[in-house]
Design a protein around this ligand. Structure first.
Ligand code: MRU
Length: 355
């Protein structure tokens, strides 16, 4: 099976949205239909759909779906309800900026429409556009990222920044799919990613389907694996990149960046421009989601810690910009000087090579 056979995580069906239930993978491949705004909110909050771009795409369809049912001809009433529903969906998760980026893109599209009917159509078209663009963007990220690796390289990653976390291809995993297409052998070492195991459940599942060489390790095996298996580089996705390059990604990413520095290997972040939040100055301004203690006290539904234990469960951490060798985007690879280089990416119409 090649990478194109990997299922899409989100599909627009006119009357509802179908998502691949990422909570149940890999033991069960289940698709669920989302019919209401509440369904969409719940699916995002409970990680049935997850990964920054996939969250944005799902929320965009959710808002377009809800708005298609507003029974008003008055533009101001339509816009008021749209804003209310936008705010509700935006409350599903706080860290991945793609959620807000996608919702705000939809609101802007609707607000420039001359009538309610036109706004309803614009919303659906804009949501579809976001998904189509993301596939293209991820492929471009993969092409740039692939230039950073040599045949035979062993690369470590955490969480799932793969095809099902995006429209297709993924961000951090995109170079491995493209390498496979081009017959270049790369090996991936995937951290299991406690507490909810996106690495063990999703990254290995995706890469194995595409025939990419992947080895699973637990999170606490990272240092030993870098040393013993001669890891050449670490590549991760991102949930939000501040203007200065500080990057929020799945908990454990910061530790990997410190290990990369200590071992003298490159630490790469692969992310679309939709994940770069120019309005957020530094990582200190990024809200870090804290999730339910059950994710830590339980493993696959089975309690593994004493009842009543204190739990701290941050879903993300922030890697300071100085630990990031390069940020790989659809418009090129940025190496350092993020404060000026990242904003300038938005001004570039054309793609360009390394800056
Ligand atoms: O909590 P999750 O599973 O949504 O966290 C996802 C990540 O941290 C990913 O690395 C990130 O969203 C990039 S997905 C292309």
């Amino acid at each position: 099976m090649n990478s194109f056979a990997i299922p899409r995580s989100v599909e627009w069906r006119e009357t509802h949205i179908t998502i691949l239930n990422q909570q149940k993978l890999p033991s069960v491949t289940e698709y669920i239909d989302l019919h209401t705004l509440e369904d969409v909110h719940e699916a995002i909050a409970t990680l049935k759909v997850r990964g920054a771009p996939a969250i944005g795409i799902t929320a965009a369809y959710g808002l377009a779906l809800a708005a298609s049912r507003y029974e008003t001809e008055a533009v101001d009433e339509f816009q008021r309800r749209l804003q209310q529903d936008r705010d509700y969906l935006a409350s599903a998760r706080p860290t991945a900026v793609n959620l807000f980026w996608a919702l705000d893109r939809l609101v802007a599209a609707a607000n420039s429409a001359a009538s309610v009917n036109e706004a309803k159509t614009s919303l659906i078209h804009e949501a579809i556009r976001i998904q189509i663009e993301d596939e293209d963007v991820c492929r471009r990220i993969g092409e740039y990222a692939l230039t950073l690796f040599r045949p035979g390289d062993r690369v470590m990653t955490i969480c799932n920044a793969g095809s099902i976390a995006t429209a297709r291809y993924g961000t951090a995993l995109a170079p491995f799919y493209l390498a496979k297409e081009k017959g270049i052998e790369l090996s991936v070492y995937a951290l299991e990613t406690r507490p909810v195991l996106q690495g063990a459940r999703l990254t290995t599942w995706e890469l194995m389907q595409a025939g990419v060489d992947v080895t699973l390790i637990t999170d606490n095996m990272a240092a030993q694996t870098i040393k013993a298996k001669h890891i050449n580089a670490i590549i991760v996705g991102a949930d939000r990149i501040a203007r200065n390059g500080d990057t929020a990604n799945k908990i454990g990413t910061f530790g990997l960046a410190l290990l990369a520095q200590s071992f003298g290997i490159p630490f790469y972040v692969a992310a679309p421009l939709s994940t770069i939040d120019i309005k957020t100055k530094t990582g200190a301004d990024i809200p870090i989601e804290e999730r339910h203690p059950d994710e830590v006290t339980h493993l696959a539904g089975v309690r593994i810690a004493p009842e009543g234990v204190n739990v701290y469960n941050p879903a993300f951490d922030v890697t300071p910009n100085e630990l990031i060798t390069a940020i790989i985007t659809e418009k090129g690879i940025v190496r350092g000087h993020y404060e000026t280089a990242l904003p300038s990416l938005f001004a570039k119409e054309e793609q360009y090579e390394t800056i």
